[in-house]
Design a protein around this ligand. Structure first.
Ligand code: ZN
Length: 191
């Protein structure tokens, strides 16, 4: 059975992530840890798109290439994390304040690849095609997608898409308070 090893470092980082994101619900935060080693732990926040700026990862000049959803930033900057760490991970833990979107983020070009709409679909390409060397991915999220007329479809679509990724385990903490005050949901353990 796979689980997220909630070390003190990751737990403290999660508390900081929740405290910061509580100040602004529009902001989505993401923690990424490699190989269960808290020395390789990054915090990534969603950022506004900056239209018209073309960066090296895309040749599509009209696309909005800078900024984006936290998952998009993670995918676009992956090589930078590898350079920083000096290795390629075998285990990746992701803790998100919100479930990856199903249809919101635009399709983008990343090198020679086309990433689909939605961050759930983008993560699927990352896991299955771009980084096949990672053996075990775990994703935990705190909130469902923003309420709206299509939120049931979007939440269900995202979860069912994520469930098709064989190397990925998904955990949810829908209630912040139970996480903070009482402990952990299935699949999580304290080191
Ligand atoms: Zn997204």
């Amino acid at each position: 059975m796979t689980y997220i090893n909630m070390t003190t470092g990751l737990l403290n980082a999660t508390y900081r992530l929740l405290a910061e994101s509580a100040k602004n619900p529009v902001e989505v935060g993401l923690l990424m840890r490699w190989n269960e080693d808290d020395r390789y732990l990054w915090t990534i926040w969603s950022e506004a798109y900056h239209p018209g700026i073309v960066t090296s990862y895309s040749s599509a000049g009209m696309r909005r290439d800078v900024g984006g959803h936290a998952e998009e930033i993670l995918i676009k900057n992956w090589r930078g994390y590898e350079q920083e760490a000096g290795f390629r991970p075998r285990i990746v833990d992701l803790i998100l304040t919100k479930l990856p979107c199903f249809m919101t983020s635009n399709a983008v070009t990343l090198g020679t690849r086309q990433l689909p709409v939605g961050c759930a679909g983008k993560l699927k390409v990352l896991i299955e095609e771009i980084q096949p060397g990672v053996l075990d991915w775990r994703l935990a999220y705190f909130r469902e997608l923003n309420p709206g007329p299509n939120s049931d479809i979007e939440n269900g679509g995202s979860l069912s898409l994520l469930s098709t990724i064989q190397k990925l385990s998904v955990y949810s903490f829908l209630d912040h308070h139970s996480f903070v005050a009482q402990g952990f949901g299935d699949g999580l353990t304290i080191a």
